[in-house]
Structure formats: structure tokens, C-alpha cells
Design a protein around this ligand. Sequence first.
Ligand code: FAD
Length: 803
Amino acid sequence: MAAQKTIVIGGGAIGLSVAYHLGKLGLEDVILLERNRLTSGTSWHAAGICGPLRSSYNLTVLARYGVELFAELEAETGQATGYRQTGGMWLGQHPARLIEFRRMQALGDMHGLHAALLTPGEARERFPMLDPKGLEGALWVDEDGQVNPVDLCMAYAKGARMAGVEIREQSGISGLERQGSRITAVTLDSGERIGSDRVINCAGLWAGLIGGLAEAVVPLRAVEHMYLVTEPVDGLPDPCPVLRDLDSGIYIKGDAGKLVLGQFERNARLWDPRKRDPGDDFLEFPDDWDHAEPMLSAGMARVPEFERLGITRFMNGPESFTPDTRQLMGRIAGFDNFYIAAGFNSIGIMSSAGVGKAMADWVSDGEPPMDLWDVDVQRMLPGDGDGRFLAERIPESVHNQFAMHWPFKQYQTGRNRQRSAWHDLLADRGAVFGAPTGWERPLWFARDPEERAFQYSHEAQHWWPAARRESQLLMQSGALFDLSPFTKIEVGGAKAGEALQRLCSNRIDVPPGRMVYTLMLNDRGGIEADATVTRISQDTCRIITGAAGRIRDLDRLRRLLPSGVSIIDRTDEEAVLGVMGPNSGALLKDVLDTAGAIDGLGFAWSCDATVQRDPVRIARISYVGESGFELYLPMDRSTRVLEYLLSKAAHHEIGLAGHFCLDSCRLEKGFVHWGHDIGPDDDPVSAGLMFAVRLDGGFDFIGREAVRRLAASTSPSRRTLLEVHASSPLLLHDEPIFRDGERVGRTTSGGLGFRTGKALCMGYVSGPSDTGADWEIEVAGETYAATPLAEPPYDPRGRRMKA
Ligand SMILES: Cc1cc2nc3c(=O)[nH]c(=O)nc-3n(C[C@H](O)[C@H](O)[C@H](O)COP(=O)(O)OP(=O)(O)OC[C@H]3O[C@@H](n4cnc5c(N)ncnc54)[C@H](O)[C@@H]3O)c2cc1C
């Protein structure tokens, strides 16, 4: 069989690393096309700082690989990379930073990195020019270092060529030929046409322009990004550690006896690549001393030596940032063979090794080698590529690179893009909104202005009393939830049910109206989605999944369902109201035109009804573990329905509740959350979800054989729910779990259960979950005793939910 032609667009650190790793995989017919000269985009500007400790477990896996590869690459290719492990420090000026550092330190430990907390005095011992004034402490990481970006790129290029990759400079792409969901050829500025089987867009800040050639939206924007280089400095430590003074938004590193000072400012200036001639390479912007002044002042305050040193170089170049300060990787939605790795938020050099390896695996296998949901381009939602949104959000993204990573932090900019029809109504009733997935959703309902204001903390959350109040009300009588952000997909056609069954682990061949909780697996048995599928009719199914996975879930259905099956995204046109709690049935009977419509409606069944002649689909189901219903109704008519329900709700002592109450309740029920507790690296056996898998149901589905094998073997780890014996630790995720002093796992989610009064967390644990052992959870450096729970602490038999 002829080799498949793989085209990599862009000869910066990312494209070159992707090409190198494709070559190492042994792929033939790989060609990298660079418009100008290699490194001439952003990569040559970089300060070259490398820090393997990142904000999440999987991103640290990617970055950590660089520590190994940068050193090896030089030996392999004979091309120096300038890589040096110098150690580095994260400096904190607020007590809350130290809590963040302790969490990072625990993450580092899990990856075998050597991270230690330092006092301000100890920080100064490591870097004697440092003025520790105002510092609360520092986090030292042994494995921090630096690399020479251009040399690293040349080493990738050499390694790629050695593995047979063709690299062509002065070969700009000006067109992409698209046939349906495939890019079949690229055209060069010269008019040359090259047929393609796979294309990877590694064009850095120009990736949006490349995407545009095939009508693919790429949510990133470029900004001016700058640093200063001093004249040589007497007495600079060698090696010189990297300093990141997070709360001042600056970084400092040594460079051949000089100091380099850079920033992640609040007011980054956008730059539009269309304003420049594409032939301009190694482009630089003019010095801008006004813009650099705050950085210089902060630098002088932290390292007073800057006051005496002359500046020999003002480096001002473009770099692209994304709306959530995480890169865009993977297959672009709507395409089968068009991939992207771009938008690196000023960490593209240090990320290049891991990203190149992961992308090469992804492209050659068609699936990511590990759970890369954090950075998957398909996490981006409709509208994220909107120019006005990006212009508002990107400066905040730049600042966020160093700003405090508060738990439950919400963006300030680019808000109110997706609102349910009930937004204003709920706002009038005290809703405090957050938009973790683009949609504005009530997080809690405030009683007074004091409760309404966000107050971020790494300790007790100021919204806990509100969420507790809502949970109590829910348990005693009931609460209404705006669930409109749910992803709602309709699959239809004569063969729809049969075709969808191939993707679902549970039997969906059920009578109309029946709802089925099912998993959608990959070939390895990993969980690509969990969904509730409702059989509407013989040839129509409705799929409900979480809000964040909307594009990904739609794209997976597009790729895997046959062409005769229609897939319609109903998310924007339908509102969803959760009517939950013991009095929910009575309230519904009060408002339904035909009170008897829900008589005898069993758990996991749905029916059609009307409220004041407006159509409503009622589903008897609950994510909070109470007797309850989800009402699906047309968005444009939903306000009158909610108003009517609210007018009757007080008679039934039913109030409003937000997302934080919902999340606490689902944890008390041990219900999982895709993207946190389950994902493509978790299988139903280890996740304890075999109740949603029919291995011997007489139908085949993707992942069945893999699950059969997994079920017959011993799982290396199992999802476990634990009670933490402390009144109010802030349980989030990625906290280490210990059994008899040995680290045996990490948490995936956690929080307070307001109905049970218990602190709870979920995580994967290797070995037995025996209650006889001593269990502990480490949260920001503190350890708390814990007990694995054999069953969820709230209504374990589901009696309330099914009452
Ligand atoms: C001042 C500054 C300091 C930085 N410091 C650091 C640091 O310390 N550590 C770190 O990790 N990162 C740092 N970065 C970020 C890092 O430089 C980038 O994240 C990284 O270089 C991005 O690499 P890339 O390959 O995605 O993009 P690029 O290097 O821009 O490569 C993209 C390539 O695509 C080519 N291209 C564009 N259009 C076409 C076309 N139509 N046809 C063919 N080719 C095309 C371009 O010419 C370009 O060469 C810094 C960046 C700046 C500006």
C-alpha cells in the first residue's frame, strides 16, 4: 500500500517537533512546509524557559517529556540545543499563593519532579540578587531550565531529516482543497499542488488564517509579547535559576551572563497578522518603553541590580494566546484528516517535545495517546472564534498565565455570549452566574449583595452557605435548576437506532419514551462520553450529554454514524429546567394542563405534556439524587413556562438552586462527571460503571471486546468515593490519596456534601479499598484522615430518587 502523505504546515518549534516525532514513528512521506525560513515566525523570539510542572496532571506529563528529550536530542542529532537544567523559583506575594504552591508541589511529587517550598530568605540564598521584600514564599523546582529555541528547532529539523522527513522552506501555503470532511491537497504560493492524506496546522499565530482556507475556526489571537536583555551582569549565579514573580506578572532568567526580564501584563496589545506582508520573516515590533515600564519597575523591585544595568536588547515579537490560556491540539471538528497544534500562550518551546510526540501519535492512530481533553481543540464552543470575543478575552488570557489560579475562578471578559432565555429572570432572583463552558449558568442564588459578590479563596468558599441552603431546601421540598447548557442532540433516520447502538454500551433498543444511561467507548474501552439516550420513536433518539463536550460529542457522532443518519444539534433551541425534590411531582401536577400526564411515569421514562398549552417533554430522571423531572421546552417559549412555575413554586416550598448545589448533590450520590471522574483513559471496569455496559446483550458496540478483556483481568486502579474526616477542606482534584502511608492514587473531584454534612472526594486508587487500612488525603500540604465508602452516603439504594 502506498504511504499516506502527511503535511505539516509551519516550521516553528511545534511543526518541527511534530515532524521529528512523525519521522521517529517511521511514517513515510512526511513533508513540512514553511513559508519563510525555519524558526522565522515566533519561535526565534522565545526566552527559552522550560518548566515541566504545569497546571494539571496530564499537561505535566506532556511537559515532563521535554526534560528527557531536550537532553537526548543533542546526543542523537549532534546539534546542540542549549538545554540546561538551572532550577527555578515561583515567587508568591500572598499567603494564598503558598496554598497554590503546595498543591503544585504535590502534583510535582506525583510526577517524580523535585519541588520544595522555600521561605523568602531561602529563596534569596538560591538567587542572592533577589530582594525578598513582600514575598510570602517560593516554590523551587529542580527540573526548571532553559533551552536555546533556535538550536532546539534545528535539532528537531536535523532529527526529522535523519528520519526521512522532507523539510521545505520558502513554501507558503495559500490554499487547502477540501472534499467534504477531508483536506485532499494543499496549494503553495508558487501554484504547486500537493495531494494530502493528513494535514497538521502548526502555523502558530497564523493558524487561524490557515484554518480559514478550509472554513475551520481557530480561536486564537496574537499579541505583542516582549522581554528585555541587560548588559552582562557581574556576579550572576551560574547556573542562574529562572524566577517567576507571579504576582508582579514578570519572569527573570539568566542568559549568557546577562539578565532577561519578561512579562505577562494586564493590558497586552493585540496584533493582527493580516497587516503584514506574509514574506516578512523574523519580524519584530518597535521598542515600546511605555508598555514595558511596569515590567521594568517590578523587575527593579525584585532584583535591584536592574536599576544599574543598561538594556542592550528590547525584544518585542508576536505570540498567540487562546481564550482559556491553553493550547489547541487535535483533530479539528468537522474534519477527518485536518489537525492542529497552535496557540501556545508563550509556553510553546517548553511544550514542543510533548506536544510533538502526542500529535504524532494522534495523527498516526487517529486517537490521542492519552487524555488530552484539557487542550483538545474540540473543547472550544461555537462563537469562541468570534473576533470581538477574542479581542476582549485575549488580554485577560495573557494576564492569566501568571495570575492567581483561584478555585472556581470566572473570566471577567467575553461574558454573556450564551445565555438561556431565563437569564434575566434568574438574575433578578439573585442568581450569581459563572460561565465555565461558555454558557452563563447560575452558580448559586444570593440573598443579599454581600453574598452576591465573588470572593475567591483557597480555603472555605463564601458561597458554601448559599449552596448549603439550596441543598437543604432541595432535600426537604424541592428546587428548580436551569440545566439549559446540556448538550442536546437528535439522531434520526430509518437506521438511526441501529447505528447509534454501535456507539452505546447499554441497550438503547427500548420502547419509545424510555431513557437509558449509557457510555460511549473507544476501541480501548476508554470512556469517550456518558450520555442519556431517550428513544423518541422507532427512528429518532435524543442524546443528552454535558455542556463542555458539545462539539466533541457532535463530531464523534458525525465521524462514526453512517451518512443516512441525521444529527441535529438542538442545544441552543431548547431550554431545560430541573424540577427536583420530594414536592416536584406536586408542583408539576399543579402546572400541567393535564395533571394526570405524569401519573405512573416511572423512573427513566419520559412523556410529552403541555404547560398552559406550551409543549414540554418531561423526563423523570435526576442528577441530584432526588425524585425529580427534567423539562425540555422550546427556548423561545420557555420564559412564560418558568414564570408560571415560579408563581406556583412557593406553595410547594420549592425555590431556586445553582450549579454548586447540583455538583455537591451529585457527589453525595457518587455520580460521575465526564472530563473529571471519567474520560478516554478510564474504562467502565475501573470506573465502576459496568451497570451501563451490556457485554452479553446480543448486540455489538465499539469497545466491547476491550471491556470484556478488562473485565476478565485485574484493574490497576478503581474509582473510589472517600469521606474525608475534616469539616471544611477545599477538595478540588489532583489531591494525592494515601493508604498506610503509601501514595495509591489521586482525586478527580471533591467537595462538601451539604445534605449529608460530609466532605467527599472521588478518585482512582490502586490496590484494595479496604476500610481497615489508614487512608489519608493530602490537600495543599495538609493531610486528612479518610475512609473509602462502599456506597454513596446519600440515599444509596436510590429510594428517594425513584419514590
Ligand atoms: C517574547 C517571547 C518570549 C517567549 N518566551 C518563551 C519561553 O521562555 N518559553 C517558551 O516555551 N515559549 C516562549 N515563547 C513562546 C514560543 O516562542 C511560542 O509558543 C512558540 O514559538 C510557538 O511555536 P509555533 O511553532 O507554534 O509557532 P511559530 O514559531 O510561529 O511557527 C509557525 C510557522 O508557521 C509558518 N507559517 C505561517 N503561515 C504559513 C503558511 N501559509 N505556509 C507555510 N508556513 C506558514 C510561519 O512562518 C512560522 O514559521 C515566547 C514568545 C515570545 C514572543
